[in-house]
Design a protein around this ligand. Structure first.
Ligand code: AMP
Ligand code: GLY
Length: 425
């Protein structure tokens, strides 16, 4: 089996690292990849959004399965074009990827499927949006319909904040066309988690839950990022709760998308708020989370290659997955300044020593090889991934590896998994 993974981040390194262990593989390519991925796969210099070039490469190389990491190529129709060219692909069609591309579409599908989620309204008119928040009162949540680099959400604790958010998104168009339509919804209170399932259009298999840390600073302070660390499993999602999330937030959506003629095949990432009334859906993403993927791959015992192929071929029914007993945790190392401006091309030393800590795998997110050295090329640069018998031990190993790195221009949070550690896990 020859596999092409699309993307260049820590998520794609985790997928390549795991797929590379499969005895079924005869070739593993990654477009465009990074310096770490180059150690386990053949990197191909094609951008993840160059959809036609990717299809041409997959055809020329007789790729058996394309695995798509980020959402942009999916929204741009990479999966549709692969299928049209007769290439198997694990990832949703552009029509199904609208679940992530449009919050209004996502809310409408969730409502049709009867999924427990925040009540909401969709607005293209500012006066109507203002009237809705005045009628509902605060706290309330204002979101751009379209993608706004993770910034198009304001959790407004007062009416004034909600009205200001409407002005900013729809009046001042701070997020451009993403704010042409707004979704305004109920504020949900609880503990948040990320839940992942593999889908094949009609069936879904649970992966696992993870918790990530979106804020840049210790104690969940400072601006939002793509994610500064994650761990799995998470104590809030018990086996009973996992079954409930599958039954109420995943399987009804898969059935509804199929009935709508937009079958969902690929990883489904549900953002869940565990409230006093049980799990409620915040949003769907049409891909693995990054860095959540890193901890899921570290925990997964089953061979990933045949499972993703089953997903691409509509054969997930009856598939079961084996997991390690260990906990997995990832600490993201980012370039100082991230998520604001940061320096590029700084040299990272100590990678080999870091990787020798028991249970640790150093995954690369934004790196390149230059003159025999590894340099940082992105905001999020490394994912120090550790497994261990407890959260505390996995965390100790990850930070031991961090301390072996020689990269003065980098930083990380020092409190990943604090919720679980505070519970004594
Ligand atoms: P999203 O981009 O939709 O994931 O929203 C970003 C973050 O805003 C989420 O991770 C939540 O922490 C928060 N959030 C979004 N929707 C709600 C809601 N309805 N109630 C409370 N918090 C929310
Ligand atoms: N870590 C959150 C995300 O991938 O969207």
């Amino acid at each position: 089996m020859k596999v092409l993974v699309v993307g260049s981040g820590g998520r794609e390194h985790a997928l390549c690292w795991k797929l590379g262990q499969s005895p079924l593989l005869t070739g593993l390519y990654c477009a465009p990849g990074n310096a770490g991925i180059a150690q386990v796969a053949e990197c191909v210099a094609i951008n993840a959004e160059a959809v036609d070039d990717l299809v041409a490469f997959a055809t020329a190389k007789s790729i058996d399965l394309v695995v798509v990491g980020p959402e942009a190529p999916l929204v741009a129709g990479l999966a549709d074009k692969c299928r049209a060219a007769g290439i198997k692909v694990f990832g949703p069609s552009a029509a199904a990827a609208e679940l992530e591309g449009s919050k209004g579409f996502m809310k409408d599908m969730a409502a049709k499927a009867g999924i427990p989620t925040a009540w909401y309204g969709r607005f293209t008119d500012m006066e109507a949006a203002r009237a809705f928040v005045r009628a509902k009162g605060a706290p309330i949540v204002v979101k751009t319909d379209g993608l706004a680099a993770g910034k198009g959400v304001v959790v407004a604790m007062t009416l004034d904040e909600a009205l200001a958010a409407i002005d900013m998104m729809m009046g001042d168009k701070v997020f451009g066309a993403a704010g042409d339509e707004l979704v305004i919804e109920e504020f949900l209170d609880g503990e948040e988690c990320s839940f992942f399932a593999l889908c094949d259009g009609t069936n879904a298999v649970a992966l696992a839950a993870a918790q990530d840390h979106k804020r840049v600073g210790d104690g969940d302070t400072g601006p939002n990022t793509g994610g500064m660390g994650a761990y799995s499993p998470t104590p809030v999602v018990t086996p009973e709760l996992q079954t409930r999330i599958m039954d109420t937030c995943i399987l009804p959506l898969v059935r509804t998308m199929a009935a709508e003629g937009k079958p969902y095949a690929g990883v489904l990432f549900a953002g869940i708020m565990v409230t006093a009334d049980g799990p409620k859906l915040l949003e769907y993403n049409v891909r693995f989370g990054d860095p959540e993927c890193q901890v899921l791959m570290a925990r997964l015992k089953s061979d990933l290659a045949p499972v993703l192929m089953a997903g691409a071929e509509g054969r997930l029914g009856g598939v079961t997955l084996d997991w390690r007993d260990d906990v997995a945790l990832v600490v993201v190392m980012a370039a100082k300044g991230y998520p604001g401006p940061y320096e590029k091309n700084t040299v990272i030393g100590g990678l080999d020593q870091a990787g020798r800590v028991e249970g640790v795998t150093v995954l690369h997110a934004g790196t390149a090889a230059r003159d025999g050295k590894v340099v940082a090329t992105g905001g999020r640069v490394l994912g120090i991934t550790a497994i261990g018998p407890t959260v505390s031990e996995a965390r100790r190993r990850a930070y031991e590896a961090v301390d072996r790195l020689d990269w003065p221009e980098g930083f990380c949070r020092r409190d990943i998994a604090w919720r679980a550690v505070a519970r004594g896990l």
